[in-house]
Design a protein around this ligand. Structure first.
Ligand code: GLA
Length: 390
């Protein structure tokens, strides 16, 4: 019941074949960038918190070739090709998927780069709307492709920030930095601990092959631009202002409790999530470094409960998927489970023993399908390499 991850070489061959078929040219520049799953540290990247994502073995791949003009002609599965004039200031378009690309192009224009015309074809194995950062993967992949076309190399954090700005300005999502950092900085066998106050990523080894990460897409879709995300972010800003601090990193739980009345029920609970999740993430990193998985499981359970009850970004389907995993328990090979990403649908992340992964996926699939009538998409992954040219 574990869905296989299409090898990068196959995705590359697909992208090149489609490029040839659509534009009748051979690809000379090929870029890849992965989606991400977050182990812990949810909805706190925009609160100066710590997050612990990893890049997954699911990629956006773009094959391209310069076309001696100043126009980009870009196509992707199931969509009509679009044309973008690379000499013009970019505007938001009605064609939604093109806006991520336009935002990235504008980022390079703002740097003063001159982008040569090109033809490109995009393929992806990152499920859409599954809370696995398909848009960050697209932005980071496209930015990496443009690096190749312009023959320039951005610092990795600069590229991630350019991609984040594209998401803010062209997709209207006031996201934090986690997704683009994870897609850009990903490394094989490494988790990425991001200090979102300083913007410094630190690699945390995850090389024990006896551990795997199962991603379970509930296939209930959410749209981050529908306002839920922005409302949550605003509540944390209001909370911080009421508490009277400049950064959530300087706020203690005692200070949140002391302001309970003033914060009011909703903002109090949002604030409690932020402070407790920052602590849980720091604790989890310590536990990972000494392989204390019973503690990590408890922290993941605490994170899920806090996102469900205090931050209110879970939903019945996510709660169910987490419950099925938790009920399988330690004896069945499950070390921890929680919702991951923005929420309101999307995916859960389950840390498990590799030898039990297939059996766990079978249970998740069968029980989730039986209770909801929805077929989930379940795959296993290990930490993968971030955005790169092939
Ligand atoms: C989305 C955003 C991220 C982060 C998560 C929640 O994925 O893009 O910046 O806020 O939600 O942790």
């Amino acid at each position: 019941m574990l869905q296989p991850n299409k090898p990068l070489a196959d995705l590359t061959a697909d992208a090149k074949a489609h490029l040839l078929e659509t534009f009748n040219v051979e690809g000379t520049v090929v870029a890849a960038a992965p989606g991400r799953v977050n182990l812990i540290g949810e909805h706190i990247d925009y609160c100066d918190g710590f997050v612990l994502p990893l890049a997954i073995e699911r990629y956006v791949v773009i094959a391209a070739r310069a076309n001696e003009s100043s126009i980009a002609r870009i196509s992707t599965e199931g969509q009509d090709p679009i044309e973008i004039d690379l000499t013009q200031k970019q505007e938001i378009s009605d064609i939604k998927w093109s806006n991520y690309l336009r935002g990235v192009i504008q980022g390079f224009l703002d740097r003063g780069d001159r982008i040569p015309g090109f033809d490109a074809y995009i393929v992806s194995s990152v499920p859409l709307g599954a809370g696995l950062s398909s848009s960050a993967a697209l932005e980071c992949c496209f930015a990496t492709l443009i690096e190749g076309l312009v023959d320039t190399v951005l610092r990795t954090s600069e590229k991630a920030l350019l991609a984040q700005k594209a998401e803010h300005d062209f997709a209207g999502v006031p996201c934090g930095i986690m997704d683009q950092f994870a897609s850009a900085f990903g490394k094989k066998d490494q988790l990425i601990l991001i200090d979102c106050q300083t913007g410094d990523p630190e690699m945390v080894p995850f090389s024990d092959q006896s551990l795997s990460i199962i991603v379970s897409n509930t296939c209930v879709s959410h749209d981050l631009s529908d306002g839920g995300y922005a409302t949550r972010r605003k509540a944390t800003e209001d909370g911080l202002a009421i508490i009277g601090k400049k950064s959530w990193r300087d706020v203690t739980m005692e200070e949140v409790l002391a302001k309970k009345e003033e914060l009011g029920d909703v903002i109090f609970r949002r604030s409690r999530h932020v402070v407790s999740e920052i602590q849980r993430t720091q604790d989890a990193v310590k536990d990972f470094k000494v392989n204390d998985f019973s503690q990590i499981g408890k922290l993941m359970a605490g994170s899920h409960a806090s996102l469900r009850d205090d931050f209110e970004v879970s939903c019945d389907e996510l709660d169910l998927m987490v419950k099925i995993a938790t009920d399988i328990g330690f004896e069945g090979g499950v070390l921890g489970a929680r919702m991951t990403g923005g929420g309101f649908g999307g995916s859960t992340v389950t840390l498990c023993r590799t030898s039990d992964a297939e059996a766990i996926a079978k249970q998740l699939h069968e029980q989730y399908l039986e209770k909801t009538g929805i077929t989930p998409l379940i795959f296993a992954t290990r930490p993968a390499q971030g955005a790169h040219l092939l």
